[in-house]
Design a protein around this ligand. Structure first.
Ligand code: SF4
Length: 346
């Protein structure tokens, strides 16, 4: 039995119909939502999406925006390479496609940061083009329904999942089908499956064989998580804090951050020689932040500075937490700066 009729029928009464990107549906809006939804839950994405759309209502507005403005609206959403790629892709669309979102799968997949599943989803959801998708939710539904054993990150399993996705994508109602299978994975065939309300329960292999809770198989074991330490300088000057822009590549690329040093001595030496520090460097409580493959342990050290003679325009600035500039900041740094404001007012 094919999936589409049951999923379409289920979606009509149980699917999600009021998500902000489902209104005024366009390739641009769907694309931004799909990128924001990678690794991020719907409830987290909604306010970010709405702010982003009110500031950048179309691809041209995004392409013409300053990098800092885009990163500012992304602050807290994480995985900042997504925002950088979104901006690069918008500029390609402006410069090479006259501001119109490309309409073929091959052209969409050539844009920065867009893989096969995202490209398929954008064209399916916005233009009803027939393309299969295979995001995390869809992988889970298909692996369970067809009883596919291998880990979804293994090439042979992935190829099989793509074949299942391809064979089950209908010729008509593709947009609704695509939304339906994504919704089923998010709300019913979730990590903890609710088979009793699932429209596919009658012939789902995983349910029949009692394997719903163990499929899909766990990913192959990753190398042990690494820990990385960083000393960051909190240089304060009349209520303001020195920030520097990080290089485009590497963690928090392009975002504004506290200056980073190899150790406390290097941070203190810089503060004394470059910033005319008026007290000794004082360590603040450590901050731990998890990235996909490692944990970063930040030791902030604070100094007060009398002057800022060696701070240049362009890649450094004095940031006023009480009147913040519209720039992109990593979430833990934003939290730290917020605590300085609280401390100053209490
Ligand atoms: S019956 Fe259960 S395991 Fe199968 S697709 Fe539905 S929710 Fe998932």
């Amino acid at each position: 039995m094919t999936l589409a009729p049951r999923l379409l029928e289920w979606h009509a009464h149980a699917g999600r119909h009021d998500l902000p990107w489902q209104k005024l549906r366009s390739a641009y809006r769907v694309w931004v939502s799909e990128v924001m939804l990678q690794q991020t839950q719907v409830s987290t994405v909604i306010p970010y999406f709405e702010r982003f759309m009110s500031r950048f209502p179309d691809v041209r507005a995004l392409a013409d925006a300053a990098d800092d403005e885009v990163m500012h609206l992304w602050t807290g959403l994480g995985y900042y390479a997504r925002a950088r790629n979104l901006l690069r892709a918008a500029r390609v669309i402006r410069d090479e496609y006259g501001g119109r979102f490309p309409t073929t799968l091959a052209a969409v997949m050539e844009l920065p940061g867009i893989g096969r599943s995202t490209a398929g989803a954008v064209l399916a959801l916005s233009a009803d083009q027939r393309h299969p998708i295979l995001d995390g939710n869809v992988k889970r539904v298909l692996a369970r329904y067809f009883g596919i054993d291998g880990a979804p990150d293994e090439a042979a399993t992935l190829a099989r999942l793509w074949r299942c996705a391809e064979e089950n994508t209908p010729a008509v109602d593709v947009a609704t089908y695509t939304q339906a299978i994504m919704d089923l994975g998010a709300t019913v065939c979730a990590r903890k499956p609710r088979c009793e309300v699932c429209p596919l329960m009658a012939d789902c292999r995983a349910r029949i064989e009692g394997r719903a809770a163990i499929l899909p198989a766990a990913k192959r074991r990753k190398a042990q998580r690494r820990r990385r330490s960083a000393v960051m300088l909190v240089a304060r000057n009349a209520g303001k804090v020195l920030l520097v822009q990080r290089p485009a590549n590497g963690i928090w690329g392009g975002l504004w951050c506290l200056p980073e040093f190899a150790d406390r001595e290097a941070a203190a030496a810089y503060a004394a020689s470059e910033l005319v520090a008026t007290d000794t460097a004082e360590p603040l409580p450590e901050i731990e932040h998890s990235f996909t493959h490692f944990d970063l342990v930040i030791t902030p050290v604070m100094v007060r500075c009398a002057a800022a003679s060696r701070v240049h325009d362009g890649d450094s600035l004095w940031y006023d937490p009480a009147s913040p500039a519209r720039i992109g900041l990593p979430a833990p740094i934003l939290t730290l700066l917020g605590s300085l404001t609280t401390e100053a007012t209490t």
